[in-house]
Design a protein around this ligand. Structure first.
Ligand code: IVH
Length: 669
């Protein structure tokens, strides 16, 4: 292919991929399958590799991250990024409105835009002639840090604005955040890798944006909502609502819970609506921002030293309260772990009645020095599970009693053990009914097969009546059995049976997650699925092979092997298959058709043309696997400069050794 043809094809590919990214990530409405998308992306990568001089700043390949920085440069914001004054009560909002009216000498109603206040990090994106050139943090408001490479990895940040003519320069502002689900998955992955976990989604977003290696950022589930521009007048519109419309048309996500409010009362209503709604959202919000809608009025109002007079942040009340710790109950989890749960004098925490809160484990109880009858501070954190923060020691009377950990399982009475290195006391009786019920609840629940209508209460009922004692029993349920149960009828029974049938075709990753194997969460299940397309091959996998999968640690590997070695677990799988459960395979022809399918690479020594992680990503994107441990499974050892001991060992094992040039040829580079 000559350069001119390549140029044309590249432009086409970029346009197409950017459009599909927009459809998928912003509109949540994809037009093509993942497989088709991957093909386009691969074609782009291969072409760009051949014609590096044709790579552009708005190429979707930029999203995978690039060179590692030594530090961040500073960027001056052309127009300062202000912060907001806070309001905590309805009265504070009414006072805000009074100030606005007094300032403007006006007694007509003023309309406002009310937007959820995202709890993430404010950033500025500079677009020059439609192209994203600089992205920065807010910093102190005047200067921030240049984090362009990191921001480019966020799929919901357009690299080029959609649509026609715009001002030569546009400064888009908004919030980078991580969804609650993304935060959970990220922490789970970190736990498995033995890394520190993030305390909340905000910290996770901040930590991810502050990476000097943008490839790390690219692997984090960051997202972006736009909420304004530096100079709205440049857009030649009259109000903030139109500014948001333009941002939406140009390819940004604008929060869908934003409302135009004809007066401040309507804004207060919207605040109450959001306060109700916040815990059902996929991301964390900590309040609502109210902005005067008219840009003329905004300009007349201007700003004080650090905050505009035309906007205010209404914060949700802190989700903390004090109450009395009445007693401690011990719950048995699905893996037998015993969790102490505080029974509290019921208290209202941020609008929700809380009567129980987790105490995590024995060490936490000791660390916090909690005692029965203590006055305690209770909090509902981002993930909505209430917890006890600390005792209020000043309020102690001397009659508080220490909390004793049980020595026997509260359900099956078998002796509890605490293995060294573990925080949890554990019931190791695999027949323990409490564990079995928990396993069922997990299997049918959101992180499992998500079987509609099989929530905690229904499963408890079925368990108590001996209709379902283990996972396979679920699929043996008959409509007649269900219809006769208290609270059930023909209709609900029929619905439940349909839901069961529907859930019989999970992906392998979903099934493994649902089985509740120790240490195996959604992230590792995905990794396992991409290396072992069938359940059979996974069941037979050996520990050392599993450990070789990038991102799968020894714990996960051991957890899996232990699980599948247990005859009763194997029996569960057989029974599930007998009742018609089938794994949905991920397009097998697709996988085999990939150029490096079936090949396992091991890198040793330094490569000249790539970083190690880029080389690994190339292999993976072409369907191959990467191993960090030497074994006979490795099909190609790529020897870079100064390759050491591994190279010698590879020779001893008789493995195929190739150099960087051979490798480049293999990946079409
Ligand atoms: S407007 C002058 N809108 O809240 C206007 N801010 O203290 C300044 N934030 O640093 C910001 N959601 O990180 C605005 N819809 C929203 C927002 C929002 C979250 C954050 C932003 C800013 C802080 C204000």
């Amino acid at each position: 292919m000559n350069q001119a043809t390549a140029q044309r094809r590249l432009e086409e590919l970029r346009r197409e991929i950017n459009r599909h990214d927009y459809l998928y990530y912003v509109l949540d409405n994809p037009e093509i399958s993942d497989g088709e998308y991957d093909r386009l992306f691969r074609e782009l990568l291969v072409l760009e590799e051949k014609f590096p001089e044709l790579v552009t700043e708005d190429s979707p390949s930029m999203r995978v991250g690039g060179a590692v920085l030594a530090g961040f440069d500073t960027v001056e914001h052309r127009i300062p990024m202000l912060s907001l004054e806070n309001a905590f009560t309805d009265q504070d909002l009414l006072d805000f409105e009074k100030r606005v009216i007094r300032y403007l000498h006006r007694d007509v109603e003023i309309s406002y835009m009310a937007e959820p206040k995202l709890d993430g990090l404010a950033v500025e994106l500079v677009y020059e002639n439609g192209l994203l050139t600089i992205g920065s943090t807010r910093g102190d408001g005047r200067t921030g840090e240049n984090i362009t490479a990191n921001l480019k990895t966020i799929q919901t940040i357009p690299l080029r604005l959609r649509g026609g003519k715009l001002p030569d320069r546009l400064e888009v502002r908004g919030e980078v955040f991580i969804s609650i689900e993304g935060f959970r998955a990220l922490n789970e992955q970190r736990l498995q890798n033995g890394e520190n976990i993030f305390a909340n989604p905000r910290n996770a977003a901040a930590g991810s944006l502050r990476q000097l290696d943008s490839k790390i950022t690219a692997g984090r589930p960051l997202d972006f909502f736009a909420y304004g521009v530096g100079d709205p007048f440049a857009l030649q519109v009259e109000n903030h609502e139109q500014v948001l419309d333009i941002l939406r048309e140009r390819g940004f996500k604008v929060n869908e819970l934003t409302r135009l409010c004809p007066d401040i009362r309507a804004a207060i209503d919207h605040f109450n609506f959001l306060a109700d709604k916040r815990h059902g959202l996929e991301y964390e919000i900590d309040g609502m921002v109210v902005k005067v809608n008219s840009l003329d009025l905004q300009e007349r109002l201007g700003s004080k030293a650090r905050s505009p007079r035309w906007a205010v942040a209404c914060k949700f009340p802190a989700l903390q309260a004090t109450t009395r710790l009445l007693d401690v109950e011990f719950n048995v989890g699905r893996t037998g772990a015993i969790t102490p749960v505080a029974l509290l004098d019921p208290v209202n925490v941020g609008g929700v009645r809380v009567s129980r809160a987790t105490l995590h484990n024995e060490d936490e109880i000791i660390r916090k020095d909690l005692r029965i009858d203590d006055q305690v501070l209770v909090q509902r954190a981002g993930d909505v599970i209430p917890e006890v923060v600390k005792p209020i020691k000043e309020k102690r009377t001397g009659n508080e009693k220490p909390i004793a950990m049980p020595s026997r399982c509260p359900k099956c009475k078998s002796e509890l053990v605490r293995k060294s290195g573990e925080a949890a006391l554990r019931c190791v009786n695999i027949q323990c009914p409490a564990q079995r019920l928990r396993a069922l609840i997990h299997f049918a629940g959101k992180s499992g097969l998500d079987i509609e209508g099989f929530g905690v209460r229904v499963l408890e009922q079925l368990f108590e009546r001996n209709l379902v004692r283990s996972i396979p029993d679920l699929f043996e349920l008959r409509r007649e059995d269900l219809a006769e149960l208290p609270g059930w009828g023909e209709k609900s029974a029929a619905k439940a049976v349909v839901a069961l049938a529907k859930s019989k075709n999970p992906t392998l990753a979903r099934l493994i997650t649902a089985l509740g194997i120790r240490y195996v969460g959604e992230v590792s299940a995905q990794l396992l699925e991409s290396s072992y397309p069938s359940l059979d091959s996974l069941v037979k996998a050996e520990r050392k092979d599993l450990e070789e999968i990038e991102g799968v640690g020894p714990q996960v590997a051991a957890g899996l092997v232990e699980f599948f070695a247990n005859p009763s677990n194997r029996e569960i799988l057989t029974k599930l298959q007998n009742s018609g459960l089938r794994i949905k395979t991920a397009a097998p022809q697709d996988r085999a058709a990939q150029p490096l399918a079936g090949k396992v690479f091991l890198f040793t020594g330094a490569l000249r043309s790539f970083s190690r992680s880029e080389a690994k990503n190339r292999v993976k994107s072409l369907g191959g696997r990467v191993s960090s441990a030497l074994s006979r499974k490795v099909t190609h050892v790529v020897a870079g400069e100064k390759a050491g001991g591994k190279l010698a060992k590879a020779g001893d094992l008789g493995l195929a050794i190739i150099n960087e040039e051979d490798f480049k040829a293999m990946i079409g580079s």
